[in-house]
Design a protein around this ligand. Structure first.
Ligand code: UGA
Length: 434
C-alpha cells in the first residue's frame, strides 16, 4: 500500500486516482475547485465516464480514496505526489504550463519529507527539470530531498477505466533508478509492460504517440478523399493495409477527423516545441491542416445533395467528439453546426449525453431532440457526426419514412452503403464506393 496524492481531479487525475485506489493504495485526490470536490464528496462525478462513479464510490467507502481542496495537507500526508493538472492550449498553440508550475510550487512549500513527484500531465520536454527547479526553489527545509519522474497517461475517454486497469504499457522516465523502481512497483498489480527511460524521453513518448495516432487518422482521411475521386473504397484499403503488421489495422477509421482534448492540443504543442527547438515539423503541420479541412467534407456533400442550404432542415446526430463521452472539446460539431446555420439551414440536433454541454457552446437557435428519430423527423438531410450506439442502431425504416428528403451524410461510416441504397436513402459517407 502506497500513500499517494494526485493534484488535479480532471479526467486524468480522477481516473488514475480511482485506479490507484482500486489496486489497494491510499489515494488523496485534490483540486483547488471547491465545487468539483464537493460533488465528488457526494459521490457525484463531474465528467461522464462509464463505470467511474461505481469505482469512486466503492473506494471511498473502503477508505482508500479521499477528496479535498487542502492540497498542502494532502501533499504532506503522501510519499508519492502525482501532478495531473490540465495543460490547455494557449493562444499561441503552446501548452499552458501555469497549473503545473503552481502545483510544483505547492509541493515545494509542503515538502515535509522525501517524496517522489510524478508528472502525469502531458507536458513539453524539459518540464520535469523545470518542476525540479520550482520545487527546489520553494522548499522550506533545504535538507529534504525529492525525485522527479515522468509517467505519462495513455487512456482514452469513454474507455478510461478499462484502459487504465488493463494498460498495455507504463512509461516511467527518471534519472534516479530507485525512484523509477518505486513507480514500477506501484504498477505491478496492473500486470503491464514497463518501459523505463530518462525524463525527457518519457515526456517525448507521450507527444510522439499522440501525434503519430493523429497522423494515422489524417493519412487515412486523405486516402479516403482520393478514394472518392478514383472509385476505390477506403474501408477495404484500410483493411488491406492493416494486414501488414508493421502498419496495423487500428486508427485507420476514416471520417471527419479527430477532435477531443488531446490530439488537437498535443499536435499543436509538438509543432510548437519543434519550431522552438529549430526544427520545422512540416509533416505534423500538414496533419493538422488536413484534419482542420476534413470536417468540412460534410458541407461539400450536403451542397452536392441539396444544392443550397437556405431554408433546409438538417438533423445533426451526435455532438460529442466521439461516443461515450460528454466532452465537447474540439468536437467537429462546433465548427459544422455554425456553418450550417450561416448558410441558412435550421438545425435539430441529438446527442444522448453531450446535448447539455453542447447547448452551452452552440448558437442559441439550435433545437435539441430527445432521440435520433425525433431529430430526423421532417428533415431535408441527416448528418451523422458521432457514432453513438443508438445512432448506429436507429430504426432505418422509420427514419426513411419520416424524412422529408432521405439524404444521409454519414461522417463516421456507420452504415452499409448497399443497405442504405436498398432502403431508398441518398447516402453519402467518407471515402466509400456508393
Ligand atoms: C487519445 C489517445 O487515444 C489516448 O491514448 C491518449 O491517452 C489521450 O488521447 C490523451 O492524450 O489523453 P482520446 O482523445 O480520448 O484519446 O480519444 P481517441 O479514442 O483516441 O479518439 C480521438 C479522436 O480521433 C476522436 O475524435 C475519434 O473520432 C478520432 N478517430 C480515432 C478517428 O477519426 N479515426 C480513428 O481511426 C480513431
Amino acid at each position: 500500500m502506497k500513500k499517494i496524492t494526485v493534484i488535479g481531479t480532471g479526467y486524468v487525475g480522477l481516473v488514475s486516482g480511482a485506479c490507484f485506489a482500486e489496486i489497494g493504495n491510499r489515494v488523496i485526490c485534490c483540486d483547488v475547485d471547491q465545487r468539483k470536490i464537493d460533488l465528488l464528496n457526494r459521490n457525484e462525478i463531474p465528467i461522464y465516464e462509464p463505470g467511474l462513479q461505481e469505482m469512486v464510490t466503492r473506494n471511498k467507502e473502503q477508505g482508500r480514496l479521499l477528496f479535498t481542496t487542502e492540497v498542502g495537507e494532502a501533499i504532506e500526508a503522501s510519499d508519492i505526489v502525482y501532478i495531473a493538472v490540465g495543460t490547455p492550449m494557449s493562444e499561441t498553440g503552446e501548452a499552458d504550463m501555469r497549473y503545473v508550475m503552481s502545483a510544483a510550487r505547492k509541493i515545494g512549500e509542503h515538502l515535509n519529507g522525501h517524496k517522489i513527484i510524478v508528472n502525469k500531465s502531458t507536458v513539453p520536454v524539459g518540464t520535469g527539470e523545470l518542476v525540479r527547479e520550482v520545487v527546489q526553489a520553494n522548499k522550506k527545509y533545504p535538507w529534504i530531498g525529492f525525485d522527479i519522474v515522468s509517467n505519462p497517461e495513455f487512456l482514452r475517454e469513454g474507455s478510461a477505466l478499462s484502459d487504465c486497469m488493463n494498460m498495455d504499457r507504463a512509461i516511467i522516465g527518471s534519472d534516479n533508478p530507485e525512484a523509477a523502481s518505486v513507480i514500477e512497483e506501484l504498477h505491478a498489480p496492473f500486470k503491464t509492460k514497463v518501459f523505463k527511460t530518462d525524463l525527457e524521453s518519457a515526456e517525448m513518448i507521450k507527444y510522439a504517440a499522440n501525434t503519430f495516432l493523429a497522423t494515422k487518422i489524417s493519412f487515412i482521411n486523405a486516402i479516403a478523399n482520393i478514394c472518392e475521386k478514383v472509385g476505390a473504397d477506403v474501408e477495404d484499403v484500410a483493411a488491406g493495409m492493416g494486414l501488414d503488421s508493421r502498419i496495423g489495422g487500428k486508427f485507420l477509421q476514416a471520417g471527419i477527423g479527430y477532435g477531443g482534448s488531446c490530439f488537437p492540443k498535443d499536435t499543436y504543442a509538438l509543432a510548437h516545441i519543434a519550431d522552438k527547438a529549430g526544427y520545422e515539423f512540416e509533416l505534423l503541420k500538414s496533419v493538422i491542416r488536413t484534419n482542420q479541412k476534413q470536417r468540412f467534407v460534410i458541407m461539400d456533400k450536403l451542397r452536392e445533395a441539396l444544392g443550397g442550404l437556405a431554408g433546409k432542415q438538417v438533423a445533426v446526430l451526435g455532438l460529442a467528439f466521439k461516443p461515450n463521452t460528454d466532452d465537447m472539446r474540439e468536437a467537429p460539431s462546433l465548427s459544422i453546426i455554425p456553418e450550417l446555420l450561416k448558410l441558412g439551414a435550421t438545425v435539430r440536433a441529438y446527442d444522448p449525453i453531450a446535448a447539455e454541454a453542447a447547448s452551452k457552446l452552440l448558437p442559441g437557435d439550435v433545437q435539441y431532440a430527445a432521440s435520433a428519430e425525433q431529430a430526423v423527423a421532417g428533415s431535408d438531410a441527416c448528418v451523422i457526426l458521432t457514432e453513438w450506439a443508438d445512432v448506429v442502431s436507429m430504426d432505418l425504416a422509420q427514419i426513411r419514412e419520416s424524412m422529408k428528403v432521405p439524404v444521409v451524410i454519414d461522417g463516421r461510416n456507420c452504415f452499409d452503403t448497399a443497405e442504405m441504397e436498398r432502403r431508398g436513402f441518398i447516402y453519402y459517407s467518407i471515402g466509400r464506393r456508393p
